[in-house]
Design a protein around this ligand. Structure first.
Ligand code: NAD
Length: 386
């Protein structure tokens, strides 16, 4: 086979326990006044913001904190953050937290540099007017890979749309991956974010945009998740397990930036816009049914997923796509991630709206799937996952 593809992921990764303290030495090359973006008060109360402030000031960088970001950030919060950043003349944007804080930092950097509200410019393709200001991502969950990707996801509270978007200017310049920061992650968030890593890997591996480089990252990430996902779900204080999951999340970011995601993510985003469920929880409920919908369009790749998840030698014979789905379902049970939409408060009366949004707001990810889903197909997956 002769391949033809492009691959571009320009992120400096600083990985290891205690690496938070190195943030200042990288920030000083990017700006002098940092906006530290967090979700709520946890990071201040637990002392992480103060440690970060100390690391910044030791390198001559001043830090301003903006903590008014919800899990599943709202466009109104991004605009408020951009206003605050402008008032403080911030020139480097640090997302400290999970996907919500990191995405918010990217979008605030975007809104400040483009000098316009995040909505409606975050929907659709729009050429950049100015180069986005630099972003540093400090990830505290192992789930979204936002620290390696240019993507960010925002919810418009009025329209309930939740589009993901991004551009090359929004790749974090530096990503701090310090597994010690993940030790405080609650059990339920550990389970849902762990599943998000697996979802990125299996969707990247079966995406129409996959290439030999993204395949390599996805396979390694699935093997790591299979080996360490259950360990971290059982004991979140196990630093090695946190570090291995952080590695899986980081590796799969290289796929997420290029092969992106497919059908389950497309639907999950639109569920998140309508009901505020956790991103990983929507994914764990949907993925087995999205896999069953698509697997016969790419049977050998779907068969590989279970082999990788069990960390068995590649090309094991006799393994079917349905075996892989069962292995994923077993993994969901074992880590305690949600297995239905009903248990997460999703309403059946919202299904039509979710299906319509999936084909309109997240159509790109639907298009990356091995099998093209219609509105009725999406309704069927939602009913099965309910
Ligand atoms: P999150 O960032 O929303 O965090 C969930 C909760 O956990 C928050 O209350 C947060 O404050 C808390 N938290 C985070 N880290 C903690 C820690 N170490 N200790 C204690 N509490 C901690 O969760 P997430 O799953 O990482 O991010 C979800 C968001 O990311 C969604 O908006 C989703 O759509 C988006 N997302 C983005 C991408 C991308 O490519 N950019 C990919 C997937 C998902």
């Amino acid at each position: 086979m002769i391949y033809s593809f492009a691959f571009h992921v320009p992120v400096r990764i600083i990985f290891g326990p205690g690496k938070l303290t190195e943030t200042g030495s990288h920030a000083k090359d990017l700006g002098s006044k940092a906006l530290i973006v967090t979700t709520g008060t946890f990071f201040k109360e637990s002392g992480v913001v103060d440690r970060l402030q100390h690391a910044l000031s030791a390198s001559g960088v001043t830090g301003e904190e903006f903590s008014h970001i919800s899990p599943n950030p709202l466009s109104t919060e991004i605009d408020a953050g951009a206003k605050f950043a402008l008032s403080k003349a911030c020139d480097v944007f640090i997302g400290l937290g999970g996907g919500s804080a990191m995405d918010a930092a990217k979008m605030i950097a975007y809104a400040v540099s483009q000098k316009e509200p995040i909505w409606p410019s975050w929907i659709g393709e729009k050429p950049l007017v100015n180069a986005p200001l630099p972003v540093i991502a400090i990830t505290t969950t192992s789930g979204t890979a936002s620290h390696v990707s240019p993507w960010a996801v925002v919810t418009n509270p009025q329209t309930m749309e939740k589009p993901g978007n991004g551009n090359d200017g929004l790749f974090p310049r530096v990503s701090i991956v310090d597994p010690e920061l993940m030790l405080s992650l609650p059990k339920s968030v550990t389970a849902t974010t762990t599943f998000d890593v697996l979802a990125h890997a299996l969707e990247g591996y079966t995406s129409t945009l996959a290439n030999p480089i993204t395949d390599m990252y996805c396979e390694r990430a699935m093997r790591l998740v299979g080996k360490w996902g259950r360990v971290v779900a059982k004991d979140g204080s196990n630093l090695e397990a946190r570090a291995q999951m952080a590695l899986a999340d980081t590796l799969v970011g290289y796929s997420l930036s290029v092969a992106i995601v497919t059908l389950a993510h497309a639907i999950a985003h639109c569920i998140g816009g309508t009901s505020g469920t956790s991103h990983g929880g929507a994914l764990s409920a949907l993925t087995p049914y999205a896999m069953r919908f698509s697997m016969n369009s790419l049977p050998s790749r779907f068969a590989d997923i279970g082999v990788f998840l069990k960390d068995e030698p590649a090309g094991r014979s006799g393994w079917t796509p349905e075996d892989s789905v069962r292995e994923v379902e077993k993994f969901i049970r074992d880590i305690g991630a949600p297995s239905s939409l009903r248990e997460q408060g999703v309403q059946q009366m919202d299904f039509a709206r979710i299906a319509d949004d999936t084909l309109r707001v997240t159509a790109g990810s639907v298009g990356n799937d091995a099998r093209k889903a219609s509105r009725e197909d999406i309704m069927g997956i939602l009913r099965n996952a309910f």
